[in-house]
Design a protein around this ligand. Structure first.
Ligand code: PEP
Ligand code: MN
Length: 369
């Protein structure tokens, strides 16, 4: 199977941003010719968006909800492109959608979160794309599974699509959060770490689920150096047939963009560069100390393992573990370190300790046979 690999073109080779980042905007769903063109005109007026999005086939949780206008709406998007010059993008969820979108000259396709979870469907779309060079954006799967996301990107890439990007739209989680879809930022960071050349766009609309949370999610994405934003925008959001609570008007979109701070990845200010370098050297030293302390801790763990073996005592000592967790989080809090971070760190240490003690006991057991 080999390591995952993506043979892709840089974003700016195939899509020009018109704002400081790539901006894709448009309604959740294409509802009527009027709603589509009015929204597109509003978005085009600001000159900041490069691409107009609109769902033509809508994946809905319950039957009977608005499922999109289908093929006829593809004609409305042609009109948008003709009148505003915006490129167009729609979601495709099977081979038939893909063929129709290609037939109507849609510029960019996106694969939705409910499709990315299914390798059969992604492969069906990949096969329908083979021989074309249309750009494809792959949303993360609904569930927090980085491998599934990478697998979908690979399938599309292997069909010959080099104009490829990922969209982060948050994840379903067992425990509800304030967001509609929990951002779990470590997952897109994991994706970027494996494929530094892969453009990653954030869809804060589907993360937030409501307008009030939109700004924070988008700002976070920009601070994490995402390459662009996809923002659901509707001429009359409250009347939208899907995702009404998270959409904003084209005028609100302008204001929303103005309120975001877009930072640079690097600065050429010499004083800044010098200071950053100095601070990083301090961090390097602290990390070195941490690792040395960790190594000393593991030596003691080994002794404890041997000792427990000698006295025929179990590795897991739940009372001790709970005591470690509560005392360390309390100390952490006094030192101004977030409780969850300390708890996560303790869990890692405990896991390493259990693993090492298990190895020690197994080794001693074999020896004594
Ligand atoms: C959408 O973009 O409207 C949509 C259905 O998104 P997702 O696949 O992220 O739920
Ligand atoms: Mn939507």
């Amino acid at each position: 199977m080999g390591d995952p690999y993506l043979d892709i073109l840089p974003l700016h080779d195939w899509l020009a941003p018109r704002w400081k980042k790539l901006l894709i905007a448009g309604p959740c769903g294409a509802e009527s010719p009027d709603q589509v063109i009015q929204t597109a005109r509003g978005i085009a007026a600001s000159g900041k968006a490069s691409v107009f999005r609109a769902g033509v086939w809508k994946p809905r949780t319950r039957p009977g909800a608005f499922e999109g206008k289908g093929e006829e709406a593809l004609g409305w998007l042609q009109q948008v492109k003709k009148e505003t010059g915006l490129l167009t993008t729609v979601e495709v969820a099977n081979a038939q959608h893909t063929e129709l979108a290609l037939k109507y000259g849609v510029d960019i396709l996106w694969i939705g979160a409910r499709t990315t979870v299914n390798p059969f469907t992604v492969q069906e779309i990949a096969d329908a794309l083979s021989g074309t060079d249309i750009p494809v954006l792959v949303k993360n799967p609904v569930n927090p599974d980085l491998h599934l996301w990478i697998g979908a990107l690979e399938r599309i890439n292997r069909a010959g699509i080099k104009k490829l990007a990922a969209i982060h739209r948050g994840f379903s989680t067992a425990i509800p959060t304030q967001y509609r879809n929990a951002p779990l930022w470590e997952i897109p960071i994991g994706l970027k770490s494996q494929f530094p050349q892969l453009p990653v766009i954030c869809d804060p609309s589907h993360i937030a689920g409501k307008r009030e949370l939109l700004h924070d999610a988008a700002q976070r994405a920009l601070d994490l150096h995402f390459d662009g934003l996809m923002i659901e925008t509707h001429i009359h959001p409250d009347k939208a047939l899907s995702d009404a609570q998270q959409q904003i008007t084209p005028a609100q979109l302008e204001k929303f963009l103005d309120e975001l701070v877009v930072r640079e990845a690097v600065s050429d200010d010499r004083q800044f560069t010098h200071m950053l370098q100095t601070l990083r050297e301090v961090i390097d030293e602290i990390d070195d100390d941490l690792l040395r302390a960790l190594s000393r801790r593991m030596e003691i763990v080994e002794q404890i393992g041997e000792f427990k073996h000698e006295h025929n005592v179990t590795i897991l000592q739940i009372d001790r573990w709970l005591e470690i967790l509560s005392t360390r989080t309390a100390t952490g809090e006094k030192l101004g370190i977030d409780k969850d971070i300390v708890a996560e760190l303790c869990q890692l240490l405990h896991k390493a300790s259990i693993r090492r003690q298990t190895e020690i006991m197994k080794g001693l057991q074999e020896k004594s046979k």
